[in-house]
Design a protein around this ligand. Structure first.
Ligand code: SF4
Length: 638
């Protein structure tokens, strides 16, 4: 926004030489923009979205509706929206400014900002609003002949897959069935024959999914992938046409009606509960289960080659999931309409993935790739692969070896030494939450000062990321500890809450360690399906090019391996990139695993880091000395 604000263009309205800023509108989510305190204070994005939509239902009394929602029927509201639009585009504003404007005008900025879309030259919006055609249509966002710039594009394929993927636990499927049965029972005499048939078909589908998931309750069940045809089984399901069901659900507003009835129906039983219990119930009861099922129904319409259904035992209960494997088909429409598409990001390497996964159909001469160096001086960063620790114990954090206690204690010795050498903040990234928990428990095992945990605590205060922890509070404590001069160690997870979008600049991150390589679980049905898909795609392409069968197979397998390496190293690059944030920043990066010595792996580091790689053959004493010299030099320079 700051950069956009610097641009001055000749006024389009006159040739007087006047200048004006770019007309820009930032679109945000309800979580960013809701100004209704009763709704905005809800804990999750889903809860905020659902509450807002609930308040717009026809059965909600005027006094309960959201007072900030502009009405299409009110002339005064139309004028207020125009004032909001004019204020928005008069100067470059960010999401917070828009929220403040909405508060000042007592007008919902989430809805009011949409009115300004047609008047803008630059529109900024979150991924899901751009990537879903239905969202673009609902907002009136037309990419035709426009330039689309996707920032942080290393997330793009995952974002496309997330937008079109869907999942439902067994209890939600069960609740959806109960709601539909209750609705049918109540209105059986009023429903027309055709409607009854469609609802019966949806119930049959739900039955089929539920019985599939019940198999996963067995403790011997292993996660499994299945085709849409394997999911729809049972008497009469062969007549089901998912696209007709989706069309019926949308045209009849079935979800709205069924959920509205279910809410009213559940009310009397709940109203007998004490008020506080009622409030808790409202928060924890799964809501929008039919909308979740509609997403799965839409997925049933996708070609088999594009995605797969999975059944897993889940952490708490069996889960039915649809994962999109081929993001290209869904991105192609946007690419074909836009004048140009720019994918930009700090960790786009390795780049071959993008042309393979998103632009395989585009002629190579239409794809341009640029890679730029970092703004920092080369000697502001040290990259040290560590194949072994101070006692010579090899660091091999492969899945089969990672529980080795000797190696975990050796890691503790390295961390302890670095805590005494490096100033301020140190971050250690682990490959998973489970592994971090295992390491932390071993480091704490011995009582008193004998445990590594206690020894490290004497040097720096230790913080630990977990799935449950409030990340804002954790970061606040971490940075205030560093500001107080004590120094802090953060134990975090690659792909977790601290590995993206968090800034560990300057004192917050003088050293970062990446422990092991966070390869996905190669045994999971989902990962296997993804790799199979990549291999099959490459195999088909090579076959079409006329290569011999053996070579097609070998190169297809290599593509699968490459995909795994690329996915893993992109996550590593994201994590270690947290510590170098501006021109004068400096940090030491330790890649702790013997596999980081391999040129295949080092080749996937960003170019600006490759220039600073130190030898992995150096013994620990030399590494330690170099590290001390690096920080001593930096401390003298500042
Ligand atoms: S209309 Fe706007 S302010 Fe009201 S609940 Fe919805 S998002 Fe919040």
């Amino acid at each position: 926004m700051k950069e956009l604000g610097k641009i001055r263009l000749p006024s389009a309205a006159s040739d007087s030489g006047d200048e004006e800023t770019i007309k820009h509108v930032p679109l945000g989510s309800r979580k960013n923009l809701c100004i209704n305190p009763r709704v905005a204070r809800l804990s999750s994005t889903t809860a905020i979205n659902e509450r807002c939509l609930d308040l717009q239902k026809p059965n909600v009394t005027q006094s309960q509706k959201c007072e900030f929602l502009p009405s299409n029927a009110s002339i005064t509201d139309k004028q207020r929206i125009e004032t909001f639009r004019d204020n928005t585009i008069a100067q470059i504003q960010d999401i917070e400014d828009i929220a403040t404007l909405g508060k000042r005008m007592k007008l919902c900025p989430y809805y009011a900002s949409r009115a300004a879309i047609s008047a803008t030259e630059v529109l900024t919006l979150p991924y899901p609003l751009l990537l879903q055609k239905s969202a673009r249509q609902a907002l009136g966002v037309d990419v035709k002949d426009n330039v689309v710039i996707i920032d942080e594009a290393h997330n793009l394929t995952a974002a496309i897959a997330d937008t079109l993927s869907a999942s439902m636990p067994l209890s939600h499927l069960d609740l959806a069935r109960k709601q539909l049965l209750g609705y049918c029972q109540k209105f059986k005499n009023k429903l027309k024959g055709k409607n009854r048939v469609y609802i019966a078909q949806i119930i049959k589908l739900l039955n089929s999914c539920i019985s599939r998931l019940q198999q996963a309750n067995n403790s011997r069940f292993t996660d499994t992938s299945l085709l849409a045809t394997e999911l729809i089984t049972g008497t009469g399901t062969d007549l089901i046409q998912p696209h007709k069901l989706v069309q019926y659900i949308q045209e009849s507003k079935l979800i709205f009606k069924v959920e509205g009835y279910a809410e009213l129906h559940e009310q009397p039983a709940q109203s007998r509960l004490p008020k506080s219990t009622n409030q808790v119930l409202k928060q924890i009861q799964p809501r929008g289960v039919l909308a979740e099922f509609q997403k799965l129904l839409i997925a049933l319409m996708n070609p088999t080659s594009e995605g797969r259904f999975f059944i897993s035992r889940g952490e708490q209960e069996p889960l039915l999931k649809y994962t999109l494997l081929d993001p290209q088909a869904h991105f192609e429409e946007l690419v074909s309409e836009a004048r140009a598409v720019v994918l930009a990001g700090g960790t786009m390497s390795p780049m071959s993935d993008w042309s393979e996964q998103l632009f395989a159909y585009v002629e190579p001469e239409r794809l341009e790739t640029y890679s730029f160096g970092h703004v920092i001086e080369r000697d502001n960063v040290v990259v040290q692969p560590l194949s072994q620790g101070s006692s010579g114990i090899e660091f091999d954090f492969t899945f089969s070896n990672r529980k080795s206690e000797r190696m975990i204690y050796e890691l503790a010795a390295v961390v302890e030494k670095l805590c005494s050498t490096a100033p301020d903040g140190i971050i250690v990234f682990f490959p998973s939450y489970d592994y971090l928990a295992l390491v932390a428990s071993l480091w704490m095992r011995e009582a008193g000062n004998a445990s590594p945990f206690m020894r490290i605590s004497a040097l720096k205060r230790i913080f630990q990321e977990s799935k449950e922890v409030n990340i804002d509070d954790l970061l606040k404590d971490y940075s205030s500890t560093i500001s107080s001069g004590k120094g802090a160690l953060m134990l975090a997870v690659v792909g977790g809450k601290l590995s993206e979008g968090i800034n560990f600049s300057d004192k917050l991150g003088r050293v970062v360690l990446c422990v092991g390589l966070p390869y996905p679980n190669i045994q999971s049905a989902e990962w296997k399906a993804k790799v199979e898909y990549i291999e099959h795609k490459r195999y088909t392409k090579l076959k079409q090019e006329g290569l011999p069968e053996g070579e097609c197979k070998t190169r297809a397998q290599a593509a699968g391996r490459e995909y795994a390496d690329n996915t893993t190293m992109r996550a590593v690059n994201q994590s270690i990139g947290r510590v170098i944030r501006h021109k004068n920043d400096y940090a030491a990066i330790f890649l702790v695993d013997k596999r980081y010595a391999m040129s295949r792996i080092q080749g996937k580091l960003p170019a600006w880091l490759k220039e600073s790689i130190r030898s992995c053959a150096a013994p620990w004493d030399v590494v330690d000395e170099n590290c001390a010299a690096f920080f001593a030099g930096k401390s003298r320079a500042t």
